[in-house]
Unconditional design. Structure first.
Length: 367
């Protein structure tokens, strides 16, 4: 079925219409680890295939993504979900429960969850390490995978990953630390990843974890440090009102003194570097209606975008960057990407020629 999806994207509609998502949920909820090594290998392979099918069915398919998506209130999660008759990331977490609660399958299963979030199954072995607790070695292992990160496709998968921290702790501190380190490094991979991780409700539970751990002698220093780093990284793009209220309330201890550690996190959050902005993905648009407008504003207007994505323009034909309809008196105006692509390609070509010329000068000893 996976190969058929790769060859013909129309089969993804068939997959949805024939309750393929429900089948995947049913399979994952019934799989469980066994003592026999051969049977264990078969269980892990079945788990991998279920995640591969789920990932491919969602890739570049808006209808399937909308169908699978469930509006989740992370603060009030339902107590019971019929995982065999419902879909969504909430149901996926429930379906994975048996596999995640077993130390024989938790690392592989969470690796598949990371692969789903990035749509890259080369990441599935990221937690496949020994029992070492050397945090330096764990840092190096995560960084070895970092070049393959790419953009986050399904941020809800990483919220599930964070929610599985208690189960990860049962497997050992190494897995719990590696999950937090992975989230931190993902936030540094790109600005969009940074924004996505900040938008899935991680700040408040992460802050509560930080407050609980900083006074817990059983938590290692590297674990406390990585939680603080991740928390400061997420608040760097701002927080919601409820999250900010929780943090401000926690600054004052019961004896009336100030908590210096919490105060430091708040100070970091108050130095937000990013202005208010929007991050769009795939075929997305912002429509700003202005009624009773007879023409362009006298002061003009500014349209700003990050130049780093110019290389992706033009892959799907003509793309409209700015579309303005400013009334009958002024003709319809468009700023299309073919103009910008031509300019960008000209600049890149010139830079490439300059690099070749410089290289030639160096190679020829200054001739």
């Amino acid at each position: 079925m996976h190969k058929i999806m790769l060859e013909d994207a129309a089969t993804k509609d068939v997959f949805r219409e024939m309750d393929g998502f429900l089948v995947v949920m049913s399979v994952l909820s019934t799989l469980q680890a066994v003592d026999d090594e051969v049977a264990k290998t078969e269980v892990l392979e079945a788990t991998r295939l279920a995640f591969v099918m789920l990932s491919e069915s969602l890739e570049d398919h808006a209808d399937n993504q909308e169908y699978f998506k469930v509006c989740i209130d992370w603060g009030t999660r339902p107590c019971l979900i019929d995982v065999q008759n419902s879909v969504g990331f909430e149901s996926l977490g429930e379906a994975m429960a048996t596999l995640v609660n077993d130390t024989a399958t938790i690392r592989h299963t969470l690796g598949f969850l990371v692969s789903l979030g990035l749509h890259k199954f080369s990441m599935s072995g990221i937690f496949d390490f020994g029992d070492e607790t050397d945090h330096t070695l764990l840092d190096h292992r995560i960084r070895d995978f970092e070049p393959a990160f790419g953009p986050i496709r399904h941020p809800q998968a990483f919220r599930l990953l964070f929610d599985f921290l208690p189960q990860a702790a049962a497997d050992g501190r190494a897995l719990r630390y590696s999950i937090l380190k992975l989230l931190e490094r993902l936030s540094y991979h790109s600005h969009r990843n940074h924004c996505l991780l900040s938008s899935i409700g991680l700040v408040e539970p992460l802050f509560r974890t930080y407050c609980a751990w900083k006074e817990d002698a059983g938590i290692s220093k590297p674990e406390r440090q990585i939680v603080q780093k991740l928390l400061r990284r997420l608040v760097d793009v701002g927080t919601g009102t409820d999250e900010a209220r929780v943090m401000f309330q926690s600054v004052v201890r019961e004896d009336g003194t100030l908590d210096a550690d919490v105060l430091e996190v708040l100070r970091a959050g108050m130095k937000v570097k990013w202005p208010e902005h929007l991050s769009l993905e795939s075929c997305a648009a912002i429509q700003v209606p202005h009624h009773d407008t007879r023409g362009l504003p006298l002061q003009g207007f500014t349209f700003m975008v990050r130049a780093s994505w110019f290389g992706m323009l033009g892959r799907h034909g003509l793309m409209v960057l700015v579309d303005m309809d400013v009334g009958r008196e002024i003709p319809f105006q468009q700023l299309t990407c073919d103009i910008l692509v031509s300019a960008a390609r000209s600049c890149l070509r010139r830079a490439r020629d300059d690099a070749r010329w410089t290289s030639g000068v160096s190679d020829n000893g200054g001739d």
